[in-house]
Design a protein around this ligand. Sequence first.
Ligand SMILES: NC(=O)c1ccc[n+]([C@@H]2O[C@H](COP(=O)([O-])OP(=O)(O)OC[C@H]3O[C@@H](n4cnc5c(N)ncnc54)[C@H](O)[C@@H]3O)[C@@H](O)[C@H]2O)c1
Length: 262
Amino acid sequence: MELHGKHIVITGGAGGIGRALVERFTREGARAIVVADADLEGARAVAAEFGATARKFDAGLESDVTGLIDFATEANGPIDVYFSNAGVGGPAAGPETPDGEWDRLWRIHVMSHVWASRILVPRMTEAGGGYLVNTSSAAGLLIQPSAMAYTVTKHAAVSVAEWLSMTYHHNGIRVSCVCPQAVQTRLLDEAMGQSSGASEVVAAAGVLQPADVAEAVVEGMRAERLLILPHKDVAERMVLRATDHEAWLASVRTLVEGGAAR
Ligand SMILES: NC(=O)c1ccc[n+]([C@@H]2O[C@H](COP(=O)([O-])OP(=O)(O)OC[C@H]3O[C@@H](n4cnc5c(N)ncnc54)[C@H](O)[C@@H]3O)[C@@H](O)[C@H]2O)c1
């Protein structure tokens, strides 16, 4: 899809990757952009900079997802692109992660995309098409050694995107899932502060800037590719995971054990 002239809603747009997407989509000539975020002041600042509209929103609440879609539709007409990008790092922990955190990450990283598609698939079908995008992570295709709830919920986000794409492609609905590795944002800073496992992954992957991710997104959406992989080596490691699973697991264990030993 070409983004020129499109009405785009972006969640988690107050900073990091979301802010870079607003900037990039503005340059592409989007007709209207709604920036939704839990951080209203941040969303307002981004909206003011790029001539967009800000909306306070909690990605973990279905009523807020519904309210955001209704708000954007009333303001600008039918939504062409809904970009479900808001996300949180969650705890650097394994099964001891409290149920409340599992629930919070499940709602933000999975149900938020489901709730949006529940409303938008029928509307986009009626309109002859539309585009749903979610930001998962390389952790959703591979693994984030330090954070179990993040890894599991980001895997589910990839499945949501694949399922929607398989099922509604013939209705004119296009779906992409963005799976970056390390990107220089507040979320990454917080993850690095919490766990040495995160630093091992970052060191192995190299850190991109949010603008690099936005560039990959525009190119990936233009080609209507489901997986958008700003870090090229993620695809290589997916091949290893698929063709020699034990070797892939061993390579991740080496990273984790290297981190733990330091
Ligand atoms: N930075 C990375 O290394 C990296 C790597 C892979 C995937 N991601 C994903 O990219 C997306 C964007 O993250 P980022 O790196 O730009 O981090 P960020 O912290 O800079 O931005 C995340 C934004 O989401 C907002 N947000 C968080 N919880 C929310 C909620 N419940 N409701 C509404 N807004 C909420 C925050 O206020 C913030 O503006 C996330 O989904 C994240 O998981 C990031």
